[in-house]
Ligand binder design. Structure first.
Ligand code: DAH
Length: 344
């Protein structure tokens, strides 16, 4: 038998297979012990246990063995396979532990460092003012209603006794949306909407955005108004004065100085403007318009002016907020600069 024939024969034999296994074991052990990371371990797993790995190769050689030898070879192969699997797992565990130690050492968290404060929002000064006004009137028994910002020309003007030639209708003041529709120029049309759906007696306030073609330090094309009105039998100017005094005391303190000044509005008769004394500026500041609801307005709302009377008043919320918080430029309220807003 030539030596080549001998090797060929041996590679087919049980002895040859066992010998090959014997050299694989220590080699695998050595390589696994030296694997530096998970990637190297995975390569070794493929090299030894993979479908085309060293053990599979030997497994295929089992086919040439006879029936008596097969179980012996199979057992030896399995023992090796399990041993290598165990070695791989152990190495993997010790690598992970070492990695964790290394991470813990470098990524140490200093729990005594000050935290990062979450940013908190706050109510806008207009919202604060609206809430304060609303709660004062609620405490006096007024209920809250609302109206649309796009109004019919009829509701915004005609129904409120504002004649066609009134300057408020001028294209320069009003923002028309479409024929017959305007962005409401005041909250007064909510009076008519309420009259048409409620039966006196009632006391109502409404707040919201209004629009005018106007823009400078004290005027904005969009601003906020509040409208109040009360209708019932025997409602008098005395009731109006009392309600407004109480309101201004609640808002500016009980020592507030208030004056009623005769004025004109198409929807009230008689009408008065109300001023508050400003100690800081040494002058009277106009804060609202008011009056007894004009009989035509009641009639347009389906209320009989022979039977019922009422008072109404309107004020600018932005203006009140400027006075209360000492804001000099109205535009600050609409720029949403956080440095400004954070002060409230
Ligand atoms: N609607 C008026 C305006 O926008 C404000 C106003 C004045 C409302 C007198 C009233 C009132 O109810 O009686 O300038």
């Amino acid at each position: 038998m030539s030596s080549e024939e001998a090797t060929a024969q041996q590679s087919q034999s049980l002895v040859g297979l066992l010998a090959a296994l014997e050299s694989i074991g220590p080699a695998a052990q050595e390589a696994i012990a030296q694997a530096a990371d998970a990637k190297a371990l995975e390569d070794l797993r493929i090299e030894y246990l993979g479908k085309k790995g060293k053990l599979s190769e030997l497994n295929q050689r089992m086919g040439a063995l006879d029936a008596r030898e097969k179980p012996i070879a199979g057992k030896a192969l399995n023992l090796n396979k399990n041993a290598i699997t165990d070695l791989l797992r152990q190495r993997q565990e010790s690598l992970s532990a070492r990695e964790l130690d290394a991470r813990l050492a470098t990524e140490a968290v200093d729990v005594t460092l000050p935290g990062i404060r979450p940013q908190r929002g706050a109510l806008h000064p207009i919202a604060l003012m609206t809430r304060e006004i609303t709660s004062i009137f609620r405490s006096m028994g007024f209920q809250v209603e609302s109206g649309p910002e796009i109004e019919t020309e009829y509701m915004n003007f005609d129904s409120l006794n504002i004649p066609r030639e009134h300057p408020a209708r001028d294209m320069q003041d009003s923002l028309f949306v479409d024929r017959g529709y305007v962005l409401r120029t005041h909250t007064s049309p909510t009076q008519i909407r309420t009259y048409l759906k409620m039966k006196p007696p009632f006391a109502v306030i409404t707040t919201g955005k209004v629009y005018r073609h106007d823009s400078d330090a004290t005027h904005s094309p969009m601003f906020h108004q509040m409208e109040g009105f009360a209708v019932g039998e025997d409602i008098s100017f005395g009731h109006l004065k009392n309600v407004l005094y109480e309101f201004l005391r609640a808002l500016y303190g009980k020592d507030v100085k208030v004056q009623f000044r005769p004025s004109f509005f198409p929807f009230t008769e008689p009408s008065a403007e109300v001023d508050v004394w400003s100690e800081a500026r040494g002058c009277w500041l106009e804060v609202l318009g008011s009056g007894m609801i004009h009989p035509n307005v009641l009639r347009n709302g389906g209320i009989d002016p022979e039977k019922y009377s009422g008072f109404a008043f309107g004020l600018g919320i932005d203006r009140l907020a400027m006075l209360k918080y000492g804001i000099s430029d109205l535009r600050l309220l609409f720029e949403n600069d956080l440095r400004f807003l954070r002060q409230f």
